[in-house]
Design a binder for this molecule. Structure first.
Ligand SMILES: Cc1cc2nc3c(=O)[nH]c(=O)nc-3n(C[C@H](O)[C@H](O)[C@H](O)COP(=O)(O)O)c2cc1C
Length: 326
């Protein structure tokens, strides 16, 4: 029988399937259910930087940015059950309740809170920290400054927090190989590719902006799959796949492309925690069928650096795809 043990962020995981940061991981019970279902690790629900700011004594003038009043109200209302201190307690309590690695998560937009909060997170027993950095550029003049801002946040956290550090980013950057290499140099030990942003829709009857569908579909797997296959032979960081992983076969694809692990969220919302057990069983069955005793036997086998001349190969597939469509 194949063994599905992997290493991620220097930690040993019994499965490459990780329950992603989500509503499921905002409680000790949620983490326990993930462990029972066979998840290799859990990423706790993110604490939003605005929640730290809301409880801080800094005035708006002292802060680098002002919080949107609606966001502040939302955070005050929904964040009350999970303020920064509660979050530290959640990490500690989860660590005491499960044996699988517990990865804390902070969704941040500036480097300013890490002096004290970073130190406190490090004392909770968290096995690692995932930073979900989501800076939303709207002014065309910001261009490369945005990338520098990501690096400043990572450098600041790196200098304060002595934990393995994963950085979760979105897919919308001009030059991902160059940018991800800067993130690695700034101190990221792993990159989570990719964050799935809020989807905007428009209600044409109410003439209002509306939230789009909040879960991914399996078709969304191709963007992270492509970038993991391009970056896995190039970067020294671990890569965690996120977005569109819905089945054991999807996990196998991500590992073949070179991912260390795959994070799942929408599939669990849609099919329950049993989907994690099914993914593990399907992955092990697929490995047995192909004669792979361990994940090391095949991981990265189909990364684009392993296939040679990746750009020419991809260009050829692109031309084939377009010329074949009448
Ligand atoms: C209801 C819900 C809550 C989420 N909360 C967070 C969060 O707090 N922090 C975070 O980094 N990602 C959060 N995510 C994003 C997921 O972790 C994941 O990156 C995204 O859903 C794409 O993966 P999937 O295709 O498996 O759903 C959330 C997603 C959903 C659907």
């Amino acid at each position: 029988m194949a063994t599905t043990t992997v290493r991620y962020l220097g930690l040993e995981l019994t499965s490459p399937v990780i329950l992603a940061s989500s509503g499921f991981t905002s409680s000790v019970d949620g983490a326990r259910r993930a462990e029972d279902a066979g998840a290799g690790a859990v990423v706790l629900k993110s604490l939003f930087e605005e929640q730290i700011a809301a409880e801080s004594s800094l005035s708006e003038e002292e802060a680098d940015y002002s919080i949107h009043p609606e966001a502040e109200q939302y955070i005050r209302e929904m964040g009350m059950h999970l303020g920064p201190d509660d979050y530290l307690r959640l990490i500690t309590a989860t660590k005491e309740s499960v044996a699988i690695p517990v990865i804390a998560s902070v969704n941040c937009i500036s480097p300013r809170w890490w002096e004290s909060y970073g130190r406190q997170i490090a004392t909770t027993g968290a096995d690692a920290l995932e930073l979900n950095i989501a800076l939303m550029p709207r002014e065309s003049t910001l261009d490369r400054d945005i990338e520098a801002a990501y690096c400043r946040i990572i450098e600041q956290v790196r200098s304060r927090v002595d934990l393995p550090l994963a950085v979760k980013i979105g897919p919308y950057f001009t030059d991902l190989p160059a940018f991800t290499s800067r993130l690695q140099k700034a101190g990221a030990d792993a990159l989570v590719l990719f964050n799935r942003f809020y989807q905007l829709d428009i209600d044409v009857n109410a003439l209002e902006l509306a939230p789009g569908y909040r879960f991914s579909t399996p078709a969304e797997l191709h963007t992270p799959l492509r970038w993991i296959s391009i970056l896995s032979g190039v970067l020294d960081t671990d890569l965690a796949a996120s977005t569109g992983v819905h089945s054991g076969a999807d996990v196998a694809k991500m590992l073949l492309a070179g991912a260390a692990v795959a994070q799942v969220c929408s599939a669990v919302y849609q099919h329950g925690h049993e989907r994690i057990s099914a993914m593990n069983a399907d992955l092990a069955g697929w490995m047995d069928a192909h004669g792979f005793a361990s994940i090391g036997d095949f991981r990265g086998r189909l990364s684009q650096t392993a296939t040679g001349e990746p750009e020419a190969h991809e260009r050829l597939q692109y031309i084939r795809a377009l010329t074949g469509i009448s």
